[in-house]
Design a protein around this ligand. Sequence first.
Ligand SMILES: Cc1cc2nc3c(=O)[nH]c(=O)nc-3n(C[C@H](O)[C@H](O)[C@H](O)COP(=O)(O)OP(=O)(O)OC[C@H]3O[C@@H](n4cnc5c(N)ncnc54)[C@H](O)[C@@H]3O)c2cc1C
Length: 400
Amino acid sequence: MRNDEARRCLLCKKPKCSLAGCPVGTPVPECMALYREDRLSEAGRLLFDNNPLSAITSQICDWKRFCYGHCVLNVKQIPVRWYEIEQEISAAYLKTVSLSRKAAPSGKRVAVVGSGPAGIVGAIKLFEAGFDPVVFSSDDRLGGVLRYGIPPFRLAKDLLAEYERLFAEAGIEFRGGEKISSAKELAASFHAVLVATGAEKPVRLGIPGEDSPSVVGALEFLRNPSDFDLGRKVIVIGGGNVAMDCCRTAARLGVETWVYYRKTYENMPANPFEVMEAQRDGVRIEVFKAPVEVRPEGVVFRDCENVTDSETGRIVTRIIEGTDSLVRCDSLIPAISERPDFSILEGLEGTSEWGWPEAGEDGRLGSSNVFLAGDIILGPSTVVEAVAGAKKAVEGICSL
Ligand SMILES: Cc1cc2nc3c(=O)[nH]c(=O)nc-3n(C[C@H](O)[C@H](O)[C@H](O)COP(=O)(O)OP(=O)(O)OC[C@H]3O[C@@H](n4cnc5c(N)ncnc54)[C@H](O)[C@@H]3O)c2cc1C
């Protein structure tokens, strides 16, 4: 056995790591047993069949929230680092795998809009189910956030070349650089449409000065960090994964980097490991600070505090008036959140008055042939949840 960690796994009959801890129900004990017997290729096949992106999710999942956090050993001992073993198995297997049909080809074409995690998995599962997927992407190359958002120091980008190879070998048509404006129009000429366009619109801070030239969009920055001159000091606002990727990227460019967040460290939605890594990269973090104005010389912050809401009894964060202070900086990257662009769904049944889609369990909009998966329906979420959603959507398309 290459990794001694595998010996510690109890091979639970009802594995919480898989059943409660993993949105795609990764078959951990089965794969662990195969790994112990050095049957790596069989383990790789099990993992790929269940989650074609397991080589990626094993690198970037927030494992404390998922498998590791649910390991039964958590009660008295240190949980098993399954994700390390999954990385080893999946990365090797991905290089060898080819896609194959699991159902006879039906000749039915399905449009997949978006080539992020949900689009990639949707296309693979549709191909296996006998459909001919055609993948449209506004980006030139496949990957979505995996290619254009998550920095290379967190995710090995050569993995994406393997998915390009799989598509090419299977003859899956990839139409990069084609932005789709109406899923309804597309639905008229395809058997079904899977919309997986993610959540790419930045949520605005809503404060004066936000449109000044010193303010840089988080996703634009991550796409091409070296295109931006951040000056000597940059402030990143936010506490999620996007904020952590922005600050770590800026720090690695040699810029003095600060993160300002309006709540506590514990409230930060980012993977705690990423927060630690950011600090290791030299990023300094200030909590309980809310931005109220962007000025040419910097940003004005107001202090915040946690109080107990007298009606609900819950802890809420509130701004303390009269505590403004100017923090000087050369540039600012707001990274508080992103939201989906629903304009692509216009005219389709199943979208509520205010535009948020009301889709079924399988992501289907009303009784149409349009299905949604990934961040467009979940809001900013995770790769593994996008995979789970895409699998459900393909099941729905199969039952049309
Ligand atoms: C910086 C950053 C870091 C993250 N870090 C993590 C992490 O560590 N772990 C984790 O699990 N999750 C992380 N996430 C979240 C995760 O990446 C997303 O949940 C996931 O990528 C969603 O997948 P998706 O397929 O729905 O969308 P996306 O990955 O956003 O892909 C959307 C695709 O749609 C295409 N598109 C959009 N509009 C159109 C259109 N009109 N026509 C044609 N194509 C279109 C785009 O070109 C792209 O290919 C991170 C997100 C960001 C932004």
